[in-house]
Design a protein around this ligand. Structure first.
Ligand code: C5J
Length: 221
């Protein structure tokens, strides 16, 4: 019998052998003072609050030998994969590619692009660098998932209405069965987070399912 999560809008059944946990962009640039998110004027503490829940989600995935994918929004050093339009957004005096307190902002290999200390990938887990907001854009994610027989995604990370929601919509359109683990995702704007959860489950689960981490843990007991 497959585990069944008490989810909205209706129960979500999944086989851990065909399920990946996708943790979106839990990077210092979004969660720590001096990073990209803070430079845009955001209060990063709203994102820091989900770190313990994300640790618990990773622990669950590891205990049940689920595939784990950590995505990372970061550009190459020459910014060849960063559209000028993206760089210009926000009108920042120190923006993408510039040197800030956490190194060059959103550039691969710089301290800010790295994951927060509590959520470091383990050997064997996938780190997926992505230049866009969605994890399927300009990456090999779809091919990688299909090659591994992954059909279901448990999704968390930041920020709910930007990279998490974009990725979930991309995945849904590609036929993946997606569950948003509500308390493992966060926005700088809590009302945006709440709105995304409702958007996902509305209309019979038009984008997928949503449930708290405890419901996923219960399903796997
Ligand atoms: C943003 C993200 N918000 N990971 N990135 O620029 O959501």
């Amino acid at each position: 019998m497959k585990p069944i999560v008490d989810a909205r809008p209706y129960p979500y059944a999944f086989d851990p052998a065909h399920t990946a946990v996708v943790l979106i962009d839990m990077q210092r640039d979004f969660l720590e003072p001096g990073g990209f998110g803070a430079m845009l004027g955001n209060d990063v503490t709203t994102l820091q609050r989900i770190v313990p829940a994300c640790q618990a989600l990773l622990a669950l995935a590891r205990a049940h030998e689920m595939r784990v994918i950590h995505t990372q929004e970061a550009h190459d050093a020459q910014l060849l994969d960063c559209p000028p339009s993206k760089r210009a957004r926000g009108g920042l005096s120190c923006g993408i590619g510039d040197v800030g307190p956490l190194g060059r902002v959103l550039v691969a290999g710089e301290p800010g692009a790295g994951f927060v200390a509590e959520l470091q990938p383990l050997p064997g887990e996938t780190v997926l660098r992505k230049p866009g907001k969605g994890a399927f854009h300009a990456t090999g994610l779809d091919a990688m998932l299909r090659a591994s027989g992954i059909t279901h995604l448990l999704i968390g990370g930041v920020t709910t209405e930007v990279c998490v929601q974009t990725t979930m919509r991309e995945a849904n359109d590609r036929g993946y069965e997606c569950l948003l683990v509500e308390d493992c995702a966060a926005s700088y704007f809590p009302h945006f987070h709440a709105a995304v959860v409702e958007m996902v489950v509305a209309q019979g689960g038009i984008v997928g399912w949503a449930a708290p981490l405890a419901a996923v843990q219960d399903a796997l007991r």
